[in-house]
Design a protein around this ligand. Sequence first.
Ligand SMILES: [Zn+2]
Ligand SMILES: [Zn+2]
Length: 404
Amino acid sequence: MNDMVIGAHGWMEAAQAVQADTVALRRAIHTEPELGLQTPKTMAKVRAALDGLPLEWKTGHSTTGAIAVLRGARPGRTVLLRGDMDALPMPEDTGLPFRSTVANTMHACGHDTHTAMLASAARILCGRKDALEGIVLFMFQPGEEGHHGAKFMMEDGLLANPAPDAAFALHIMPNAPAGLFCSKAGPLMASADVLKVSVRGKGGHASMPHDAIDPMPVACEIVTAIQVFVTRRMDIFDPAVVTIAKIEGGSTNNVIPESVSLLGTIRTLSEEARDRVHEGIERIAQNVARAHECEAEVKIDRGFPVTVCDARAVSVAERAIAGLFGTEGWKTMDSPVMGAEDFSYVLQKTPGVMVFLGVCPEGQMWKSACPCHSNRMVLNEATLARGVAAHCAIAERFLARGFG
Ligand SMILES: [Zn+2]
Ligand SMILES: [Zn+2]
C-alpha cells in the first residue's frame, strides 16, 4: 500500500519543511486581497509558487480559477482538494504587519490560508508523484463569498475529464482549539437565500389612517407571522432560521408611506425544508397583506444549497487525520452550523466532506476569539502545517483505498 511506503508521519514532516513558504504565500495573499470571481493576482501568486511542478492547469472563462491536475505514476481513482481564494468587502482592523493594503477588502474568512495550504499540499504531493496511484485535482476557486464560484467552475467543465470520485475541502475556524479538525456526516452547513418582501398600501396623513392604507403594521405583522410559521409549521428536527434583518419605510412622523420593505435571510438544512419555507413565506406575506387590503410582493434570491457531507468521505478524513495526529486530532461535530458554503455545489455532484480546522490564536480562548468575517479575525499560523498534512494524507488515503 502506498501509505505504508510514505508513512502517515511523513506528511507532517513534509508540511513542516514547507511551512515557511505556506506562511509567506498566505501573507502575500492576505496583504493583497481580491474579491469575487476574478482573483488574478492571487492566482498569479499560486502559479508562481507552483512553477515548474508536474501539474496540468485547466482554466475556464467564467472565473480566474483553475484546476491543477497531478497524475500519479499509475492510473487509479481521482480525488479533488479545494481551496477558495476570495476576500470580503470590509475594512481590516487587525493591526497585522501584513494587513490588507486594499481599501475595504479583507481576508476575514481565511481563504488566504486555504489557498496557501492547498498550494503547499500540491507541492508536496508532486514530490510523491511516483508513489501515487490515480489523479489529484487541486481546485483553486475564486468567488466563494456569495459569488457561486464553485458552480461557475463546474459549468465551465473544469470538474469533468477527469471527474473526481471524492472531494475534500478545509475551512479554518478561529472558534475551535488550534489544530483540531472537526466535521460531521450529513448536513454540515445551511442553505442561504435572500428574502425580500415589499408591502404596498396607500400613503396618506398620519393623523387620518382610515383614509390611507398603512403598510407599516402589516409589514410588522408579516415579520411576526413568519416567526410563528417557523416555530409552528417547521419540523424542529429539520430546522429553519428566518431573520428579517432590515425594515425600511417611511420618511417622517406625520406621513403614512406607500410601502414598506423587509430584507432578511433564510437558512435551512435540507432542500425539503428550504422549499417549505419559501412556500410558507409567500403564503403568509400574501394573506396577511390581503387581510389588511395591502399587497405583498415576495422575492427570494436563491443562494448556496445545503452543504451535505458524505458519511464515507467523513470517515476517510477522520481516519487520515487520526493517522497523523491521533484520535484527539479529530472531533465529530454535534450539530451543523447555519453559515453557508459554495463547496455545497461540488458536494451535490461528488461525495465528499468539508473539514474545519481550528486556528484559535495563541493566548486566546477559542470560544471568544474573533470569528470568521470579523474585522479583527486573526489566526494561529502554526496550525497551517497540520492543514497541509491533512490534505496530503486524505488524498493519499483515498487514492490508495477509496472509501474503504
Ligand atoms: Zn466567509
Ligand atoms: Zn469561507
